[in-house]
Design a protein around this ligand. Structure first.
Ligand SMILES: Cc1ncc(COP(=O)(O)O)c(C=O)c1O
Ligand SMILES: [Zn+2]
Length: 382
């Protein structure tokens, strides 16, 4: 393995930390720790020809991922996912719409990217137990990767989480607990049990490694399209925000390495019933205000108070992007219309991003000349 990981840094107090002993987040600032790499060395080692010769999966970007010991690698085959172009006058009146389809990853969602990296790294660091509170899909991914890696998983979910996710956790041998309320309640209740067991807490943005795995979303878009073909805008269905943080980090590393001139504008799409990130962006806040009663059928986006929200907002703002909130009634029709028109399975959450594109065009935030990519985070799961 050739990871060029150097250390971890808190974006709040700017203190540096080493990866051992294993850490979750900066306890003083309540911020996610950011992994730093030797980008000069990466530039030399990651030529396009060398990358082309590598397996078409996460190993392609291994210098900029944290795993050092290949014997700890836990993989279910995270192959590069399709990036399709569709002609869709409603969403892209000026040309094609790009859609990156992560439903082809193990367990059917992009959560596999983060969990593949986090579970591997946790194994390398010596953990046997892992814990996650989840709206559903991250729990399914954790249970699958833990099973594959010979580790135990403890998954706390809201009791009204989608049945498909609950079933998957159980089938993959995870220990599933359901609790009343939302993902925040699942975290609060589950974290005590996790502490008692000495489980590594892989809650969204509360540990450094899942977001590192999500960088591969950005790397793959760049890998597939090249610097000339990059989109102007990426619309992303946002819950806990790891995808935004991961993509922005990837693009900024590519930019620092001199490979990417212009970073796409990132837009957070959220349902009106739970849009803390969009609200904070619109009001110019540094942090999100928690949503008191989050409601939406796009279960993965029912995250009323994402952790380390400064970093999510910072990621969006640094790209000169923004946010869009979508009425609940628009979500499923947007997903259904897209599926029946193009034959591409999209997650209900992706319906939020698709409906968001239309609103962003109406508002004028995105114009005809903008090349737009919608990040399709998973398959339709009913
Ligand atoms: C299908 C799907 N899309 C999007 C999200 C939101 O992801 P993020 O935490 O990166 O904002 C989730 C999270 O559960 C999800 O399951
Ligand atoms: Zn700090």
């Amino acid at each position: 393995m050739a990871s060029l990981l150097q250390d971890l840094m808190c974006p709040g107090c700017r203190r540096a930390f080493s990866e051992r002993p294993a850490r979750t987040y900066c306890l003083e600032c309540s911020r996610t720790l950011v992994a730093r790499y030797d980008l000069e060395a990466a530039k030399e080692r990651m030529s396009r020809d060398r990358l082309r010769a590598r397996p078409p999966d996460l190993r392609r970007f291994e210098e900029l991922l944290p795993l050092r010991d290949s014997s700890s690698r836990v993989s279910l085959g995270e192959n590069e996912t399709p990036l399709l172009k569709v002609s869709d006058p409603e969403l892209a009146p000026g040309g094609e719409l790009l859609i990156k389809c992560d439903g082809f990853l193990p367990t059917g969602t992009f959560k596999a990217r983060g969990m593949a990296v986090a579970v591997s790294k946790a194994k390398e660091l010596g953990f046997k137990d892992l814990f996650v509170p989840t709206a559903g899909n991250a729990g399914a991914a954790l249970a699958a990767y833990a099973a594959r890696g010979g580790l135990r998983s403890l998954v706390f979910m809201p009791q009204d989480a989608p049945e498909s996710a609950r079933t998957q956790v159980a089938l993959y041998g995870g220990e599933l607990r359901t609790v009343p309320g939302h993902i925040g309640d699942a975290g609060r209740i589950g974290r005590e049990e996790a502490k008692r067991r000495g489980a590594f807490d892989v809650s969204t943005l509360r540990e450094p490694w899942r977001a590192e795995g999500k960088k591969t979303m950005g790397f793959e878009i760049f890998w597939t399209l090249g610097p000339e073909g990059m989109p102007d805008v990426i619309v992303y269905p946002t819950g806990g925000g790891t995808g935004l943080v991961g993509m922005q980090r990837a693009f900024s590393q590519l930019q620092e390495m001199g490979w990417l001139a212009k970073v796409p504008r990132l837009y957070a799409a959220q349902p009106k019933g739970c849009a803390p990130v969009v609200e904070a962006l619109k009001r110019g806040r540094e942090k999100v205000e928690p949503v008191a009663s989050p409601t939406t059928a796009a279960a993965g986006l029912r995250v009323p108070s994402p952790f380390s929200s400064e970093d999510i907002l910072g990621a969006v703002r640094s790209t000169h992007g923004g946010g869009v909130s979508v009425p609940e009634t628009a979500i499923e029709p947007a997903a259904r219309r897209f599926m029946s028109t193009h034959g591409i399975s999209v997650a209900r959450e992706t319906g939020v991003a698709l409906a968001g594109v239309q609103l962003l065009r109406q508002e004028g935030a995105v114009d005809r000349s903008d090349r737009v990519l919608v990040y399709n985070t998973g398959l339709w799961m009913g």
